[in-house]
Design a protein around this ligand. Structure first.
Ligand SMILES: Cc1ncc(COP(=O)(O)O)c(C=O)c1O
Length: 359
């Protein structure tokens, strides 16, 4: 056979493994024999509200046209909802899309990006693709070690990411420690506060990143419609920051990557905010039930302020995840470290707890 000569691609690609998503499928959390129980991806177990489905269905007849280039209506709606100025908001294709925009905008190739580890596993991929050098600081007792992170900042550090609550541990950084940390970060260095799970936070000691923006023009808060708003399949995320920063970041959005259906669905979801937040309350109640049951079984689950819990099962991780998969319960395993379990509906939680009981 002839030798095929392939084009030369960037060497950084050899370092990337591709994103490892969990099992996919739409079971909406039902535990039955046919559908897998999907607790691997931190999605909402609830399907979209009827009002949101209706808005999407109506907009489906308009998709021969390009979406609104500037995402103007949704940007204004987000700003009005949050009580910030419209020019402080930039929307992107999921918050992953927003992170990519930020890393490309602030990450001069060859400079450093700093984040805790373990944290959201898209950070290394996006960082390397942007030509950044990832510098990681280990979690301490499953939490960000902000003192060590501040010590690790050098003149080469262009971006610092703080994931609050942290994926996959569900742990948080608190108000005073975050403010103390921000005081130590040079003003030229961009701080990305990834608050993808903000709506699930109930601990009043956990700061709302929006409250930090006035004193810290180098901070941007990143949030998403994928989790509490239940629109993971449509890809809408956004950032809030200083107007000049947001304006520059908006330039890096690929044209039309926030689709028409995504914009319409996100706007309809904001109109249904109260109904959606009632679902978030249910998820939080379920989170506390699952955590209490796991603690009762002797699994040392850290308090979680997100829509998942973290079980540091260490060397038992892979075997436990395999036992779950054999029962059609799909959790996210980090071999040698732990298992992250998304909070779904109570039936799904019962199926999971049965497996924890057998651990
Ligand atoms: C911490 C964190 N940030 C961002 C995201 C990305 O979400 P999306 O791109 O769907 O907005 C996730 C998804 O799991 C996450 O855990």
């Amino acid at each position: 056979m002839m030798n095929v000569i392939l084009p030369r691609l960037r060497s950084v690609l050899t370092e990337l493994t591709g994103h490892r998503a969990g099992a996919a499928g739409a079971d909406n959390g039902r535990a039955d024999d046919r559908a897998p129980i999907l607790l691997a991806n931190n999605e909402s177990p609830f399907g979209p509200l009827p009002s949101v489905v209706a808005a999407i269905a109506e907009a489906a007849g308009e998709v021969n046209r390009y979406p609104d280039y500037g995402v103007a209506g949704l940007t204004a709606d987000i700003a009005a909802w949050l009580g910030v100025d419209t020019d402080q908001v930039a929307v992107g294709c999921g918050s992953v899309g927003v992170l990519q925009m930020l890393f490309q905008a602030a990450g001069e190739p060859g400079t450093d990006i700093l984040y805790a580890w373990r944290s959201f596993d898209a950070y290394p991929t996006l960082a390397k693709l942007a030509g950044l050098r990832p510098v990681t600081v280990p979690l301490r007792e499953e939490r960000h070690d902000l003192a060590a992170m501040a010590d690790a900042i050098t003149p080469d550090t262009r971006i610092v990411v703080v994931c609050n609550p942290n994926n996959p541990t569900g742990t948080t950084v608190r108000d005073e420690e975050l403010k103390g940390f921000l005081d130590r970060v040079p003003r030229e260095c961009l701080v990305v506060l990834d608050e993808a799970y903000r709506e699930y936070v109930r601990d009043p000691g956990v700061p709302d990143g929006l409250g930090l923006l006035a004193d810290h023009p180098n901070v941007v808060v990143v949030r998403t419609f994928s989790k509490a708003f239940g629109l993971a399949g449509l890809r809408v995320g956004y950032l809030v920051g200083h107007p000049s920063v947001a304006a520059e970041i908006r330039k890096t959005r690929l044209p039309y990557t926030v689709s028409h259906l995504a914009q319409v669905a996100a706007r309809a979801s904001l109109r249904a905010h109260d109904e959606l937040m009632a679902r978030v309350d249910q998820t939080i109640a379920e989170r506390e039930r699952i955590r209490a049951a796991m603690l009762a079984h002797g699994v040392p689950v850290a308090p979680s302020e997100a829509n998942f819990v973290w079980a540091p099962l260490k060397e038992r991780t892979a075997a436990f995840a395999a036992a779950c998969a054999a029962e059609n319960v799909h959790v996210r395993a980090y071999p040698g470290d732990g298992v992250r379990v998304t909070i779904g509906l109570p039936e799904a939680g019962d199926a999971f707890l049965k497996l924890i009981g057998a651990l």
